[in-house]
Ligand binder design. Sequence first.
Ligand code: SAM
Length: 235
Amino acid sequence: MRIDVVTIFPTYFEPLEMSLLGRARGRGLLDIRVHDLREWTHDRHRTVDDTPYGGGAGMVMKPEPWGEALDAVTVDAHDPVILFPSPAGVLFTQAMARELAGEERLVFGCGRYEGIDERVFDYAGSIGRVRLVSLGDYVLNGGEVATMAMIEAIGRLVPGVIGNPESLVEESHEDGLLEYPGFTKPSTWRGREVPSVLLSGNHGAIARWRREQQLERTRERRPDLLDGEDGDDAR
Ligand code: SAM
């Protein structure tokens, strides 16, 4: 999979050289290219923002550098998915991460200031499939942190990136529930015991206990995940 990121802060993405994704890049599974939006400016100050039409606080990102950047990074792409992180977008989910992990080309456009001139999204739609995606109901200073989070969530689902794919199957959100609690050695730590069922060797009982734990913590912490389910296999 190739991922292009357009940002005014390319150094934000240096951590992508570390850990699992860094190794996946080294092995050619992920080709991540980070571009400085200012490369597509033509004035002495490399300006990427201007005052908003209609007045109001803050600055808006100019369309011209974005247009040139999108043209350049997608020149050899066929129908890429172009993602713009935005608090006004649809919520990013594990299901979306899984779907995007099957794509060949992704482009992320990181907004700053009050965001990007709205016409850029329409123009991007003439190049590929545009998605405005929110990380959650809060406002960040820029799209970089959201893009990092999405690249990590998507990248780890690309086949081959995680050595043991089974470890992905039972995770939170994969079946609409939160994951069961995990424990390791020692069996007693600072007076706290590991649940005895996990030491029993009874695989059926362990599976049932884990399922109950999943349901209990989902009901307690994220009842919204159970809303709309009507007794299907999530329960
Ligand atoms: N004025 C915008 C609004 O109210 O919708 C917020 C702009 S925000 C300060 C600057 C940039 O941060 C946005 O263009 C977007 O790229 C990013 N951003 C902020 N919050 C985000 C969120 N919850 N999810 C994804 N991206 C976000």
